[in-house]
Design a binder for this molecule. Structure first.
Ligand SMILES: Cc1cc2nc3c(=O)[nH]c(=O)nc-3n(C[C@H](O)[C@H](O)[C@H](O)COP(=O)(O)OP(=O)(O)OC[C@H]3O[C@@H](n4cnc5c(N)ncnc54)[C@H](O)[C@@H]3O)c2cc1C
Length: 325
């Protein structure tokens, strides 16, 4: 059922900065997606909570987004309210970085390095916000949010209570967290880093950026890695994979097969459908060459999943989050 003009008028009274029919393609790294029926940028935690309360009272379904770097928005858009978390406050005291969920991850990584705090340099190449990074336990080059998060402030949707969660309570796993299973809006967090040398930390930042540019089509329209790597725990399964697939020892040691390796082995590197292309630099990156649609991306996802399942018997799960489907 569509959101009515009456509901929108009620929402507008509570949130005067609300805009209508906001094109979401311009708010996502994929550059894909129809409009949000209503859209609001929330610069403080109080405004996020107020906006959600108003949406619930008006019966308007809502979604939260950060930097839009890990979402695929449907071509028809979102028939409801999209809230952009834009709480960008950032404080550094001692070994602790405290920031709002809308803080840009790369900025937090750079500021921490400038302050002589180490252990977060890897994050400089992760697009998007701290809230999105906590949601998906973002990571790369051996680092993950779970290694640095001390606590997370969130608004728990089930009972409308603001909570402060410890690292353990966030239940971080590989590209996973509590927040993927129990709806919360992440409002902010504290990160604990390791005091060190600012010059060395900044040099590491530069090296990380250079490495990323070399390995991935960094400047292209995409949502980062489309699929999660395949994790396995069963020794028999590992033995079977070794026999049947010639899996490199490094993957076996890590108990994880990179999704990009599977996509490439399935012959899908460079595959193109309409304006959507599987990158020939990194097969887990699916690129929008310009004017591509969510429908095309969805088709490419299912073709890849089918090929990998048929050839290797392995299920590929998506890392990208879907909105408006
Ligand atoms: C070129 C490129 C490279 C990338 N490289 C990496 C990488 O190396 N490692 C990696 O892990 N990821 C990578 N990504 C994916 C992406 O950068 C991360 O997943 C990022 O953390 C998403 O943050 P975001 O703010 O953009 O979230 P969005 O894309 O806006 O949202 C993603 C999900 O998080 C939820 N969310 C966002 N903010 C909040 C909040 N405040 N409260 C609750 N839920 C929220 C949204 O509802 C959505 O489900 C890459 C993406 C691109 C485009």
């Amino acid at each position: 059922m569509s959101v009515t003009q009456e509901q929108i008028s009620q929402l507008k009274k509570a949130i005067p900065s609300l805009t209508e029919n906001e094109p979401l393609a311009s708010h996502t790294n994929f550059r894909i997606g129809g409009p949000a029926r209503t859209y609001v940028v929330a610069p403080t935690a109080d405004e996020v909570v107020h906006t959600i309360t108003a949406a619930n009272e008006a019966g308007v379904p809502w979604e939260i987004m950060g930097g839009g770097s890990n979402i695929l928005v449907s071509d028809k858009g979102v028939d409801g309210l999209v809230i952009q978390a834009a709480m960008r406050d950032l404080r550094i005291a001692g070994d602790t970085v405290t920031c709002g969920a809308g803080t840009i991850v790369a900025l937090a990584a750079r500021k921490a390095a400038e302050a002589g705090l180490t252990g977060f340099e890897w994050a400089v190449t992760v697009p998007g916000t701290i809230g999105g990074a906590i949601f998906g336990n973002a990571g790369c080059y051996g680092g993950e949010m779970k290694d640095v998060v001390a606590s997370v402030d969130a608004y728990r949707i089930a009972d409308g209570v603001r909570v402060s969660l410890t690292n353990a309570e966030c239940r971080f796993g590989y590209r996973d967290s509590l927040f993927k299973h129990e709806r919360h809006v992440i409002l902010g967090c504290s990160l604990t880093l390791v005091p060190g040398d600012a010059t060395a930390a900044l040099a590491k930042i530069d090296a990380t950026i250079a490495k990323r540019k070399e390995e991935q089509p960094f400047a292209k329209a995409c949502a980062g890695c489309l699929f999660k790597n395949v994790e396995f725990t069963d020794e028999k399964e590992i033995e079977k994979l070794r026999e049947e697939m010639d899996v490199p020892q490094a993957f076996i040691d890590k108990k994880q097969i990179p999704a990009g390796w599977l996509v490439e082995r399935a012959g899908m590197k460079g595959y193109r459908l309409g304006q959507i292309e599987v990158s020939d630099k990194h097969a887990n990156f699916i690129l929008n060459l310009g004017g591509g649609t969510a429908d095309e991306v969805a088709q490419v996802i299912s073709i890849i999943q089918m090929k990998v399942r048929d050839q290797f018997g392995l299920p590929l799960k998506t890392e990208v989050q879907f909105m408006g489907f």
